[in-house]
Design a protein around this ligand. Structure first.
Ligand code: TXA
Ligand code: MG
Length: 310
């Protein structure tokens, strides 16, 4: 992808003034601000209508820069070397000397950190003197944005600048792993658990006990397209939009296909844009076929289950 340096310059200028902008990442677009600045972090919460007790994820250029703010172990280094930059977020302990805004962390002593792979955002991060707090660039509890158009749809002119980066190549949020004690997955995401397991060579726990939710972002009512969603549907009603994993021979106008051939990575990439498309066509409800619960299919099912709680 060609990098427009004038755009990067503009982004840098705004971020230096503690303004918020949208940035592209390979997972989803982020609503970014200086993670060391209280005023920038306050703006992010306000724009997203995000509850104050839901801390912000922070984006770094490299592990070398992260050293200023976080303490980490050998498990982190193994995963970092293998998967970063990429779609994995680590929960780590904050250093006492860290300059991360207390607004961003909600005064907790842990931090969610990620190293995005998108070349435009990497170029920007390299040029900044601070890391970027950047939760997904959508209104709180709604479907994430995978293009600059999606961001503008949610925020209109309220965001000063959207750094254009095309459609997100993964299209679903990062996998979150808590590495402070025994590795534990807090959110399924764009990186498959089996690949993480192969590198760590130890058992990884998955936090799927929804009664013990510690952060709203892992709560049930999330990723909602704003209309009811039914799952594992074989018989669709005429007035419903029907989401299918792969193309069928018999096509009806209310059918929406995630892929041509059923590839789960492609299905994950197209999930949010398909839900947004359906909403725009003014359907009042969505029915989804059964999605295989393996690989990225697990992440898709996780998001759909939450969307169905609407
Ligand atoms: O792919 C992604 O992770 C995207 C891109 C923009 O990087 N970001 C993203 O941010 O999905 P957000 O804020 O929508 O989701 C981050 C999740 C939230 O559910 C939040 O509750 C959780 O991370 N989180 C943040 N800080 C945490 C912490 N210290 N401990 C546990 N969970 C944390
Ligand atoms: Mg989000």
């Amino acid at each position: 992808m060609k990098i427009n340096l004038a755009n990067i310059k503009k982004a840098k200028k705004l971020l230096n003034k503690s303004e918020c902008i949208a940035i592209p990442t390979e997972t989803v677009y982020g609503l970014a601000g200086n993670a060391y600045s209280n005023s920038a972090c306050k703006k992010i919460f306000k724009l997203k209508k995000r509850p104050k007790n839901n801390p912000l994820i922070v984006h770094y250029f490299s592990e070398k820069v992260l050293k200023r703010d976080c303490i980490y172990n050998y498990d982190f280094l193994k995963l970092y070397k293998k998967f970063c930059p990429g779609p994995i977020t680590f929960i780590l302990d904050l250093k006492k000397s860290s300059k991360i805004s207390k607004i961003a962390t909600n005064k907790k002593n842990s931090l969610a950190v990620r190293f995005p792979k998108h070349p435009i955002t990497r170029n920007l991060l390299k040029k900044l003197d601070f890391p970027l707090a950047a939760p997904s660039a959508n209104l709180s509890s709604k479907v994430s944005a995978v293009s600059s158009k999606d961001v503008v749809e949610d925020f209109g002119g309220k965001i000063k600048f959207v750094l254009e980066g095309g459609k997100s190549s993964i299209g679903i949020e990062s996998t979150i792993i808590d590495l402070r004690n025994k590795p534990k997955i807090l959110r399924l995401g764009g990186l498959e658990i089996s690949t993480i397991q192969k590198v760590l060579k130890k058992k990884i726990r998955i936090n799927n006990n929804s009664s013990k939710i510690s952060f709203p972002g892992q709560s049930r009512l999330h990723y909602s397209p704003g209309i009811p969603v039914r799952l594992n549907v074989k018989k669709v009603k005429n007035e419903e939009a029907y989401v299918l994993i792969k193309k069928k021979k018999k096509i009806k106008s209310n059918y929406f296909f995630l892929t041509k051939n059923g590839n789960l990575k492609i299905a994950a990439k197209n999930l949010y844009s398909t839900l947004r498309k359906i909403k725009k066509k003014k359907y009042k409800s969505i029915a989804v076929c059964k999605i295989p619960n393996k690989g990225l299919g697990r992440t898709i099912n996780d998001r759909l289950l939450r969307a169905a709680k609407f």
